[in-house]
Design a protein around this ligand. Structure first.
Ligand SMILES: *Cc1c(COP(=O)(O)O)cnc(C)c1O
Length: 380
């Protein structure tokens, strides 16, 4: 099997698994308990928190563990909404190609009186900081723009957007789920007030993520109950997941330059190979993108057929987001970029990791080329 769907999820790393195993056996105490069994676990969580703070360049107390990226995004926007209600600022700016966990939460906020400006990216799949600036109003409480888009892989100018937000006292949230562990991400460097991440996108476990909230921002608790996570997230902590997430990111960050070089080379091999085919375009900027994600629009074929035929050959790929799979509608990301239906119906996302090889990429190029040629001739 060739796995080229790293943007959907990644395999658990050995380092993460090794770190987690004791938390399924010997360290089973409830971290809120003050006895030895409990403190053994709370110490592990504290160490993971401190490790993650160093890796992300934030303070340990600014980290709030969640069940993943979707929860972190929901929590970030509910936090923004609570602040907006208090300060009578009920306008939020976002990009039109955010992850559904951002867009659906904003839809709900809109139903409760917020107004939302959804900015379209340009043809390169980039949000302009000037457009964000121009969309700001006196009642704007926050901007939410993702760091890396999960379907097409483009990187957004978050640090630049942050400058405009700072100047106007507007909060900035960034969904950094596709960036953390893949490129260097510094919370301080980006100047984001709220940042979401998810362990399973960087070889950590599923079911674990975090919301980073700048000091002075108390994240709104989506879950009522005990006082865990300083009152911002009730429920007994998923210690194994938290420890696994820290170990996974430690490994990623310590090998980052090599990882970026290896994965970028594979991606470039893939892009140049597939662009040899007629009527194929690379979606989004060729340069401003995370190392592993390449997305193509292929004329004259349908995503679902291509994916099924690739799967028959043992190649795991995607049409875009896992959430859009199976839906007949073209993806909201492609629509937001103004890509026509004829191109969008042939969407193919191939997302690579350091565990892929040049030989695998060669096989992917060959398989896609054969499948597309046969489908276009109608001989499948
Ligand atoms: C995967 C993903 C999410 C959701 O993360 P989960 O941990 O699966 O809930 C959010 N945003 C982006 C950009 C993603 O790629």
């Amino acid at each position: 099997m060739i796995y080229a769907d790293h943007a959907a999820t990644t395999a658990l790393s050995k380092a993460a698994l090794t770190a987690m195993l004791p938390y399924f056996t010997e360290y089973y105490g409830n971290p809120s308990s003050t006895h030895a069994a409990g403190t053994a676990v709370s110490r592990g969580i504290l160490a993971a928190r401190e490790q993650l703070a160093l890796l992300l360049n934030c303070a340990p107390r600014e980290i709030y563990f969640t069940s993943g990226g979707s929860e972190a995004n929901n929590q970030a926007l509910r936090t923004v909404a609570a602040i907006g209600k208090q300060t009578q600022r009920q306008h939020i700016v976002c990009s039109a190609f955010e992850h559904p966990s951002v867009l659906r939460t904003l839809d709900e906020l809109q139903d409760t009186g917020f107004s939302v400006t959804r900015l379209a990216p340009n043809q390169d799949g980039l949000i302009s900081a000037a457009d964000v600036q121009a969309a700001m109003r006196p009642d704007t409480v926050a901007v939410s723009v993702m760091l890396a888009n999960n379907e097409i892989g483009t990187l957004q100018p978050i640090a630049e957007i942050a400058v405009g937000c700072r100047a106007r006292g507007i909060l900035l949230h960034t969904d950094a789920v596709q960036a953390v562990g893949h490129i260097p991400v510094s919370v301080r460097g980006l100047q984001a007030d709220l940042l979401s991440l998810s362990a399973h996108k960087f070889n950590g476990p599923t079911g674990t993520g975090a919301l980073i909230a700048r000091r002075g921002i108390q994240p709104y608790s989506l879950i009522r109950g005990g006082g865990q996570e300083r009152g911002s997230r009730a429920g007994t902590e998923h210690a194994a997941g938290i420890v696994g997430m820290a170990a996974a990111l430690q490994e990623k960050n310590s090998d980052m330059p090599k990882h970026i070089a290896v994965v970028t080379a594979l991606r470039e091999q893939l892009i140049s190979g597939l662009l040899e085919l007629p009527q194929v375009m690379l979606t989004g900027s060729p340069n401003a993108r995370v190392p592993g994600i390449a997305h193509f629009c292929i004329q004259g074929v349908e995503s679902e057929t291509v994916l099924a035929l690739l799967d028959e050959r043992g190649i795991c790929a995607s049409a875009g987001s896992a959430c859009a799979a199976g839906a007949l509608e073209p993806s909201h990301v492609l629509r937001s970029m103004g890509i026509s239906g004829a191109w969008a119906q042939g969407a193919l996302r191939l997302s690579l990791g350091a565990d892929n090889t040049p030989e695998e990429v060669r096989q992917i190029i060959l398989a896609v080329s054969e499948i597309v040629t046969r489908l276009r001739k109608g001989t499948v």
